[in-house]
Design a protein around this ligand. Structure first.
Ligand SMILES: *Cc1c(COP(=O)(O)O)cnc(C)c1O
Length: 399
């Protein structure tokens, strides 16, 4: 990747995505599931740029969305409604209504109360809502607590007994069509065991429901496949698929998988230039033009991102890589070994394709970074750098 040239052409801070890399990740996962009918629904929240979604849509991907805004992004990018799933613990009435009107594949429901809302809204529209219920299988995914979702202590989904009760209600409702079952136990999971345990518990429930004459068509295993940020061992997609497929023997269901990070995480880079070096009582800081408003993962989850100094030469000493934002939590890396840098040197922050740009903000009135796609050696802008006028427009209109 020609990072120096990209930084020159598009300026910094900058997100760069390797679209060929995204293709490889998608194909690897799709192939892993080829023994069965499958639908990959890209989790849009990982990176919701329209060009990223369109790229995946062209490969055949559907989308998993957690707001009506994401559903509209998916539609705008060319994803057909019958490949769109709408998940999330707190859907507003308007969101439910719009999703039903769009005719998406299914709504993933996360509580009994939500099921009644959907039933009421579908009835008033004269529609039948295709639904799936998110089961909380109470499995520890062994990941960061903020991104663990499949334990009873987390807010997500319903327990097995409740799920069963909801399916029985839905089966007898004229406005609900229970077509799927769903679980998503967490993110950045690097062990097979939790996936196996969850799939087993949920597939047993599917068999149970079948005996009650409730035939589900979609078995949605969520996302959560971890990627390599550092030295961690990750799961191979083939083994992941086998473990899940093994729990589905005798069931005629389409497998649905909702990867976010796995598809885009390691295909994204954040480019930032060095502003200054400074030392405070012997402690070395490299101050760069990117900040926590651009990429918050290190501040929010103490996440590790590999930092590469382009054309770095000479002796390496420990340094913190920090941004200009007025927070001590504004850092990209701490105590990493780095040669002495010069003004305008480019640093590449790796593994920034997922939960990077989508979690960015205007904190400190900093415009959001530009985004660039690289495909077959060609680069193109996929999001214009946000300027001051755009940032203040909604306030200026009220002044
Ligand atoms: C966030 C999320 C995903 C994607 O998670 P990754 O760890 O990025 O794969 C999938 N499904 C649901 C319901 C989610 O909330």
């Amino acid at each position: 990747m020609q990072f120096e040239a990209l930084a020159q052409q598009y300026k910094t801070p900058l997100y760069v995505y390797d679209f060929d890399g995204i293709t490889s990740q998608y194909e690897a996962l799709k192939n892993a599931f080829k023994a069965r009918k499958s639908l990959i629904c890209y989790a849009v929240k990982a990176n919701s740029n329209l060009s990223v979604i369109r790229h995946l849509a062209q490969l055949g991907s559907g989308c998993d969305c957690v707001s009506i805004g994401e559903v509209k992004r998916a539609l705008k990018a060319g994803v057909p409604p019958y490949k769109i799933i709408f998940s999330g613990v707190g859907k507003r009435d308007e969101e439910i209504k719009e999703a039903l009107e769009c005719g998406i594949l299914m709504l993933n429901l996360e509580s009994e109360a939500e099921m009644y809302r959907v039933e009421t809204i579908a009835t008033s529209l004269g529609e039948v809502a295709r639904i799936s219920i998110r089961v909380n299988p109470n499995i520890d995914p062994k990941t960061h607590p903020y991104i663990s979702t499949g334990l009873h202590e987390n807010k997500f989904g319903v327990d097995l007994d409740t799920a069963k009760r909801l399916y029985i209600h839905a089966k007898h409702s004229a406005a609900l069509d229970p077509v799927g079952i769903h679980f998503h136990i967490g993110s950045q999971i690097t062990e097979l065991e939790p996936f196996y345990e969850a799939a087993k518990v949920v597939s047993d429930l599917v068999r149970n429901l079948k005996a009650l004459d409730i035939e589900l068509k979609f078995f949605d295993v969520g996302g959560g496949l971890g990627i390599k940020y550092s030295e961690e061992e990750t799961i191979n997609p083939y083994n992941y698929a086998q473990v899940i497929l093994n729990t589905l023997k005798g069931l005629d269901v389409t497998l649905v998988c909702e990867p976010g990070r796995f598809l885009v995480g390691n295909c994204g880079y954040f480019l930032t230039r060095v502003l200054y070096e400074k030392t405070n009582a012997g402690k070395r800081f490299v101050v760069v033009d990117g900040a926590m408003n651009d990429l918050i993962r290190p501040s929010l989850y103490q996440a590790y991102h590999h930092v590469e100094l382009l054309d770095g030469k000479g002796e390496e000493t420990p340094a913190d890589i920090v941004g200009p934002v007025c927070e001590s939590g504004d850092f990209f890396a701490k105590n990493i070994m780095l040669p002495l840098t010069q003004h305008n040197d480019v640093l590449v922050i790796h593994s920034a394709g997922a939960y990077g740009f989508t979690m960015s903000s205007n904190y400190n009135t900093r415009g959001r970074a530009a985004e660039v796609a690289v495909e077959a050696g060609q680069s193109r802008l996929i999001r214009v750098r946000e300027d001051f006028e755009t940032m203040i427009a909604l306030e200026e209109a009220c002044l």
